[in-house]
Design a protein around this ligand. Structure first.
Ligand code: GRF
Length: 208
């Protein structure tokens, strides 16, 4: 059983998609052992509680510096034997030493087709605003391994979503979540838990 720690900051709909996929049996070889939030008010913590998953708030501002924060985070993850760290809307940058320590063991979901509309400053509605501003006809979501570069690690899965003429950032965000994020994030967890993902340099190979 792959032990997963999910890091969140907000609503937690992606966390919910993973919980649902485990409860339905779509994901068979993984369990969420902790949900860690950078925000004590995050609705994601309530979602965890409702499903009997223990949640905790570990936020940077409660520590003297970044090192102390990361140490606390690591200690918590290690104490539970977390093998895969899932960033599901986690709004704190983890930095080089952390991402190197957990190389190819941290995954993130980004609400665009990387390398479009990604990197520093592209988060939340800003991603969809930029896509509409550019006038792209197709956007989507990307699940990738996390390295020190924002949205820069090896790409695991991507799914395209159509942009409609009268979209607002909000309608586009919703469609990207429904049609792409809530599908490919659980799928990536499933594939990793079944040992079907191999990383070769910057490329991910899917084993049959
Ligand atoms: C999602 O759009 C995800 O792509 C991005 O942050 C948002 C989190 O939403 N990384 P939720 O908390 O899972 O509802």
């Amino acid at each position: 059983m792959l032990k997963i720690g999910v890091l969140v900051s907000g609503g937690g709909t992606n966390l919910q998609a993973i919980i649902d996929s485990i409860e339905s049996g779509y994901i068979k070889n993984a369990e969420i052992v902790t949900v860690i939030s950078s925000n004590p008010e995050a609705y994601a913590l309530k979602r965890a509680e409702k499903h009997g998953i223990s949640g905790i708030c570990i936020r940077k501002r409660d520590f003297q510096g970044n090192e102390e924060f990361l140490k606390a985070l690591e200690e918590h993850l290690e104490s539970l034997g977390v093998e895969l760290i899932v960033l599901a809307g986690f709004m704190t940058v983890l930095g080089k030493s952390f991402t190197e320590k957990y190389k190819n063991r941290i995954i993130n979901i980004h609400p665009a087709l990387i390398p479009s509309f990604c990197g520093d400053g592209f988060y939340g509605l800003k991603v969809h605003e930029a896509a509409l501003e550019k006038g792209v006809k197709i956007t989507g979501a990307t699940v990738h391994f996390v390295n020190e570069e924002t949205d820069g690690g090896p790409i695991i899965l991507q799914k395209a979503v159509n942009v409609e003429d009268n979209d607002t950032p909000e309608t586009l965000q919703r469609r990207v979540m429904e049609q792409a994020e809530w599908k490919i994030f659980p799928e990536a967890v499933k594939l990793i838990s079944e040992g079907k993902i191999m990383v070769e340099g910057n490329k991910v190979r899917r084993l049959l």
